[in-house]
Design a protein around this ligand. Sequence first.
Ligand code: KG4
Ligand code: ZN
Length: 335
Amino acid sequence: MKNINILAIETSCDETAMAIITNGVIIKSHIINSQAEKFTEIGGVVPEMASRMHEENIFKVFTDTLEKASMTMDDIDAIAVTYGPGLVGALLIGVNFANSLSLLYNKKIIAVNHMQGHIHAIGLENQIVYPMLSLIVSGGHTDIVLAHSPTKFELIGQTLDDAVGESFDKVARLIGLGYPGGPKVEQAAKLGQPTYNLPTPKDDSSLDFSFSGLKSAAFNTINQDNMKNIKVNKEDFAASFQKVVVDILVKKLKMASRQYEVNTISVVGGVSANQTLKKEILKEFPDCLIPSKILCTDNAAMIGAAAYHQFSENSFVEGYANAVPTITVEDNWIN
Ligand code: KG4
Ligand code: ZN
């Protein structure tokens, strides 16, 4: 059978990423141009700046991606692109680049849901046996998802307010660690003890999450200490915050696993790069699949992996793709 090479494009937030994926599983080339450092001092992503940087970087990422795979566009069978969810201006850079390539080289476009992409990161390193229960922990989402098949997803739990990665970023900013907060909080937490008393958020019988109360509690604790002239112990604070977050993520995944009969459990998305979370998850679920670090955070390889299943089902964009910034994990591209 002929190999299927998909050129995948991801620009939903602050990574300009492209990859070439063969048959949905072989990574031929994989380039991530991250803007994160540019946002370190600001403490978070500025959408307008992200769009401009995608625009500046995308052509070089494209040529580098082909070069690394020793391929030309003649070798490419389809172009996959993230169409949502994400920052609309950032998404549009990737989507319009895909539209231009499609017109220029006469290739079909596959519009990929970024959240489904995170789940398919698992398929690049392991075989997925469906149904699969997936916890997605990223900067924009905290979802518990039942994957019935490679293209059918059911959302069974989600955050009612802030996403878990977002709360890592906000707490990092609060204690002066900068952006992206997740890795910085993780590093600081390694040197500290969970001595601060922070509330376990939404510790109830639902599969939903809420992190805004925890964020407020963190702000109040720091403010009260400031008023008493008590200096924050960043390491202990990071360890305390990380502990309550990890505890609730593990607890809700455990609850979901009792309610649904599945063959595979996985944890994906940027926050799954957190080694403490990984350790605690593996204590409860020794067979749980978690991507390698590089495939946890945003990348285009996962978009190419997801796209392969859509290719197999003949799900292509008719005409041109557009960005749809507010879709959920359940949504598939509609022509
Ligand atoms: O999946 P992702 O790369 O982008 C989105 O789709 O949002 O996730 C980014 C988020 C950021 O909030 C970042 O702080 C968090 O993932 N993150 C981490 C770690 N690495 C990245 N959170 C905790 N620990 C980490 N090691
Ligand atoms: Zn993501």
